[in-house]
Design a protein around this ligand. Structure first.
Ligand code: CA
Length: 398
């Protein structure tokens, strides 16, 4: 090794040691914050043994803090979002669940008045029907956010709620696994939502949204009912707008169906819409894409995860679970999105082509995006990093 490299190596080592030294007081501050959380939790009503077990070995979690600070640098087009949330597998898995949990779903629908296909669709999107509930131990994530993140007060109170759930014995402490932000279980409720809306539906006196499908499905229905769900009403339906439509749209611009009819909005069969029911016109990809008139129940779904794309995915998946078909108007793109199976296949194709994107898991993160960009460059395509059909085909996918 040349002398200057040895020196720079030594300098780097010294710098590293200095940096590590500098985190000393911070680390001590973090640990004393955790200790004080433990005492506060017990004061707030958490069982001491739960506080002790949950908060005794909390390590600083760089990943949680990074996730809490990162702005999404990449805006997912709605057709990508819909392609992986409402793909063939989620539809066929959902239809299986409709049979497997048919009796429970019907009982939930009777008890809460919420369409069982919508309840099932929420379950399918939130946790892939209970299969994917998150890899973070929620008490540790929330303690990190309370001691080193933004909105510390909010996350501290969520932490105490989470520990109270375990104190009550509704969910075992070790089962509190979820997202980095603290949503957990088959319905991905935040702990405070859990306190307000989780219900016991299988009759064991505990609302266990981790291990009981019945409790999870009923709690989802309870959530939607409390968000204003109206029994027997639809979420909305796909419509057509006149070519070159310049009129109003958006979730908050409600008007009667007949006033939408006067603006030229028709059902898919070409018949003008009419009647006094209030509805909003959604054009989620602009006036050249699919159009929808949505009712109050759409807003109930929207409140679950405030995004139009989310509410539309749940709504559409619920229709598909009932046997309905795809949207009639295609998304305005010549490069449609990929299903989850295709995303996984795309990763394998990238690896095979020599791009080091890590272990294929079907989840498109920074490494996969970087690999897509490199592959796009090789094919002379614009470098978007987006998992679309064009790059998929170019790499040999079908
Ligand atoms: Ca229960």
């Amino acid at each position: 090794m040349p002398a200057f490299q040895r020196i720079s190596c030594l300098v780097a080592t010294v710098v590293l040691i200095l940096m590590l030294g500098a985190t000393g007081p911070q680390a001590a501050g973090f640990q004393s914050c955790i200790e004080s959380l433990k005492a506060q939790a017990i004061n707030a009503g958490v069982a001491p043994r739960i506080a002790q077990a949950a908060l005794s070995n909390v390590a600083y979690d760089e990943k949680v803090i990074r996730f809490s600070r990162s702005q999404p640098e990449y805006k997912t087009p709605i057709w990508d979002y819909m392609a992986f949330l409402v793909d063939e597998k989620r539809i066929s898995d959902g239809r299986k669940m409709l049979r497997k949990h048919g009796r429970t779903l019907k009982a939930v629908e009777r008890a809460y008045g919420v369409d069982r296909h919508v309840v099932l669709a929420v379950w399918g999107v939130e946790s892939d029907y209970g299969q994917e509930t998150g890899d973070f131990f929620v008490p540790h994530s929330l303690a990190n956010l309370a001691c080193a993140g933004r909105r510390a007060k909010y996350f501290r109170s969520e932490l105490f709620e989470a520990l109270k759930i375990a104190s009550r014995g509704d969910v075992a402490l070790k089962d509190l696994n979820g997202s980095w932000a603290g949503a957990f279980g088959q319905t991905q409720f935040m702990p405070s939502t859990y306190r307000r809306l989780a219900v016991d539906f299988d009759g064991d006196k505990h609302a266990d949204l981790v291990r009981s499908e019945a409790d999870a499905l009923a709690s989802t229905a309870n959530y939607l009912r409390s968000a204003g769900w109206r029994k027997g009403e639809a979420w909305g339906f796909e419509v057509r707008v006149p070519k070159g439509y310049q009129g109003p749209s958006g979730r908050k611009r409600t008007a009667s169906l007949s006033s939408w009819g006067k603006r030229g909005v028709t059902a898919l069969n070409g018949k003008r819409v009419g009647g006094g029911t209030k509805a909003a016109l959604l054009l989620p990809a602009g006036r050249n894409g699919p159009a929808f008139l949505v009712f109050r129940n759409f807003n109930a779904i929207y409140s679950y995860n405030v995004a139009v794309s989310y509410a539309l995915a749940i709504s559409h998946l619920s229709d598909r679970l009932k046997g309905g078909g795809e949207f009639q108007t295609p998304w305005p793109t010549n490069d449609p999105g990929l299903s989850r199976a295709q995303r996984l296949q795309l990763q394998k194709l990238l690896l095979r082509a020599g791009y080091d994107i890590g272990e294929p898991d079907g989840k498109v993160g920074p490494a996969t995006r970087a690999g897509i960009k490199q592959a796009e460059a090789r094919f002379g395509m614009p470098q978007t990093g987006r998992p679309g059909t064009k790059i998929y085909r170019a790499l040999g996918g079908r």
